[in-house]
Design a protein around this ligand. Sequence first.
Ligand SMILES: Nc1ncnc2c1ncn2[C@@H]1O[C@H](COP(=O)(O)OP(=O)(O)O)[C@@H](O)[C@H]1O
Ligand SMILES: O=C(O)[C@@H](O)C(=O)COP(=O)(O)O
Length: 421
Amino acid sequence: MSLMLGCIADDYTGASDLANTLTRQGLRTIQTIGVPDAGLALGTVDAVVVALKTRSISSADAVARSLAALGWLRGKGARHIMFKICSTFDSTDAGNIGPVTEALAAALDAPVVPVTPAFPETGRTVFQGHLFVGSRPLHESPLKDHPLNPMHDSDLVRVLARQSRHGVGLVAHDVVSQGAAAIAARLAALAASGMRSAIVDAISEPDLIALGAAALRLPLSTGASGLGLGLARAARGESAGTAPPVWEAPGGPAAIIAGSCAAATLEQIAAVEPDLPVHRLDIDRLLNDPVYADAALASTEAQLSQGPVLLASSATPDVVAQLKAAHGDDVGARIEAALARLAAGLVERGVRRLIVAGGETSGAVIDRLGVAALEIGPEIAPGVPLLRSIGGAPMLFALKSGNFGGADFFRRALAAMGVAA
Ligand SMILES: Nc1ncnc2c1ncn2[C@@H]1O[C@H](COP(=O)(O)OP(=O)(O)O)[C@@H](O)[C@H]1O
Ligand SMILES: O=C(O)[C@@H](O)C(=O)COP(=O)(O)O
């Protein structure tokens, strides 16, 4: 097997977001959870997205796990490697976008790495190296309040340079607008001057297509799903590619687990509250009362037979700050583990259709359920596909980035799973 694209994602919703884009661009794509066992049957695929949970761990661990994924992808003949990061560049000054990019570049002997989180379809654009979320620069967007990776600087050349050993350049829009050859020439000039990565401007799909054509000539690129779109177009060439599959909806109750504290998720929870039972979890009890989780699950049992239920830890930034002050900076990881336990309890009670809101939350849930890989189905909302587990009891998932989806996302996801809300 020889893969057109081998992708390494730093969180699970990011992985499914990219897999969705590649699938919509006609590439047969599979998402694996970590480096898959040798026995996993991948079938005939053009791209594999290896989902890792490395965005918020130590940079040494993130590098080691990403290099292991690289080794597996190279063993599958991947012709180009893409490191999938968040379209809002979620990271701290301690890493991990810079350290992982530089480690992968060294392993691949890449002369320079184009880097862009641009994803205009979801309002992420990069101009003069500055990242905009909608009309606001990153540091004025809701991402400034992220519980794990609050973003306080929209100048990505500066942000990436703070977490990189080598110099970081810029391919500005006046070059990008001239097309792939101009981008490639600028990247080569930056490499000759000692730069090893470069933020690349992109504000539209044509920019992404030009960048994809230039990037595919290099061993490695780093970015969000917009970059994936450009790479897929260049890799696919003129072939039409393949359409996403249509699945028979499996039976079984449905549930929603929300761990994201993003503004979009808070709005989505409020929007669906009139239609189904919403359990807003008491975090103090969730973390300290040994019987609270079982009591919460018991309270859902009768409800699950009537329709979907939603369990949420999600809170506004001021409440998140209070809980971090009360429980320590690791409160996020502890809540993830508690939500994953609740998800396992819901599956034990027959749930086979599960929507999870939050990247780190999705990682904890999918790991706890032991899912090995996911097929990519039709798109529910930009950046969020319907997913079906591969191996084990078949389950349908929707793993939603906290920031993605409109107010009606949960209703749309349930409908895509064959569930009326
Ligand atoms: N009430 C809360 N207070 C503090 N942290 C929370 C709360 N609820 C969830 N969290 C944590 O916030 C983080 C959300 O990250 P994630 O799941 O990646 O969402 P997003 O996709 O919005 O980034 C997780 O670590 C989660 O456990
Ligand atoms: O690129 C994106 O924005 C998403 O694919 C993503 O990575 C979001 O991460 P979470 O907000 O942690 O889900």
